[in-house]
Design a protein around this ligand. Structure first.
Ligand SMILES: [Zn+2]
Length: 406
């Protein structure tokens, strides 16, 4: 006997496009998908939920966020729109270092309480897995606090959390003009200790003229490989640094941003199976004009994922549905590609493709149910949330989760 049967639903399995299965049902046993098929063939279960004609998709996956941080940068946003230059803002102590100062100053409790409301916005839209990066501590204790907070979010809220160590995000002021020394600290102190503490699922870096060089990035990747940890990379966001090919050489899970990636980078990603994580929120917020080469990625067969990149400086976005709409409107992804980008391909960007991202027997029973007429509605509407119900590992919940938990 199955534990749960959700009947009277249309399924988007996300196998081969939407993988539509109309007038279907899906059964769960021990938190995993035990059966799915035509409604007429469904066997009785301990508990049955009438889906009332809703669409049921895999739970959405936000595979690139900096959602744990303290403070925000709305004052900079406002100052810039009132005519302040980047130099004015930097002189006034703004930019990424203002988030680093705020995050270092916040205790663990404050970090949790500031971050949870942002995560709840994602959960209300059917998100069941979120990736959370460190990178605003840039020192052992504060990076530890960020990753421990990410793990706590996974423990106190109904969401699976994948953690990523992003120590090589920016050069902290205490290492000014000593970037090699900082990379030493990242590779020989921070990463090994945080990995030993069980806080690191993957390792990321920011390879860019304003951040770290390809050679420094490779040192981080080598340190990750020595610990058996997978890598991903903020690559080719503002300029071509050869980062996509570099992360592909390390069989990386993903190369993220990619507005300036070359064909050589795309070919290397295709050969390695590295996912392209596209982040339309940052492109929009920075008013960038060079779109990622979607047509070339598509024709090379590189899987494309979509994420919020939720962060206070360049993408204060907590709606994955809006990110899907932006990817379609700004970059001409199809609605099916956008939904695949938040399910099957996002799972692969986290190395979790064997467990989540599609509706298949044996996979974790993470679902979202939607009051929509067809799957394209998810990428079509802006600021509209049709999520009716969410299922985390076989446990149904309302989209809106209360905090603190009762
Ligand atoms: Zn990012």
């Amino acid at each position: 006997m199955h534990d749960l049967l959700i009947a009277n639903v249309h399924l988007a399995t996300m196998l081969d496009g939407y993988g539509e299965l109309r007038d279907g049902a899906i059964a769960v046993k021990d938190g995993r998908i035990a059966w799915l098929g035509a409604e007429a063939d469904a066997a009785p279960a301990t508990r049955t939920i009438d889906g009332a004609g809703a669409w049921l998709t895999p739970g959405l996956i936000d595979c690139h966020t900096h959602i744990v941080h303290a403070g925000n940068r709305s004052s900079e946003f406002e100052a810039r729109l009132n005519g302040a230059s980047y130099e004015d803002i930097a002189r006034a102590g703004g930019g990424i270092m203002s988030t680093v100062r705020a995050t270092r100053a916040a205790g663990s409790e404050a970090l949790l309480h500031e971050s949870v409301p942002r995560v709840l916005r994602l959960l209300a839209e059917g998100v069941t897995t979120v990736e959370i990066k460190s990178g605003y501590g840039l020192a052992m204790d504060s990076e530890h606090a960020m990753l421990a907070t990410a793990r706590r979010i996974g423990a106190v809220l109904p969401v699976r959390v994948a953690t990523t160590f992003l120590g090589a995000h920016a050069l902290p002021p205490d290492y000014a003009r000593r970037s090699e020394d900082y990379i030493d600290a990242v590779c020989t102190q921070m990463l090994p200790e945080l990995a030993r503490a069980g806080l690191v699922d993957a390792v990321d870096a920011f390879c860019e003229r304003i951040a770290f060089t390809p050679a420094q990035t490779e040192r981080v990747f080598a340190a990750a490989a020595a610990l058996g940890l997978p890598v991903k990379l903020h690559a080719e966001q503002l300029s071509d640094q050869g980062g996509a090919a570099l992360v592909a050489r390390y069989h990386g899970l993903s190369a993220d941003h990619l507005e300036h990636v070359t064909q050589a980078g795309i070919d290397a990603m295709a050969a390695a199976g590295t996912v392209a994580v596209l982040l339309p929120g940052a492109y929009y917020f920075l008013r960038e004009t060079q779109p990622p080469p979607v047509a070339a990625l598509r024709s090379a067969g590189v899987p494309m994922a979509i994420a919020t990149d939720c962060n206070p400086g360049t993408s204060p976005l907590t709606s994955l549905l809006l990110a899907m709409n932006m990817a379609c409107t700004l970059w001409r992804l199809t609605p099916a590609e956008a939904l695949a980008g938040c399910t099957v391909h996002a799972a692969r960007a986290l190395g979790l493709q064997h467990d989540i991202g599609t509706l298949e027997v044996g996979k974790c029973a993470d679902f979202a149910l939607w009051d929509i007429a067809r799957p394209a509605d998810l990428a079509y509407a802006m600021g509209f949330n049709p999520c009716r119900m969410v299922v985390n590992a076989g446990v149904p919940r309302a989209p809106v989760v209360s905090w603190p938990q009762p």
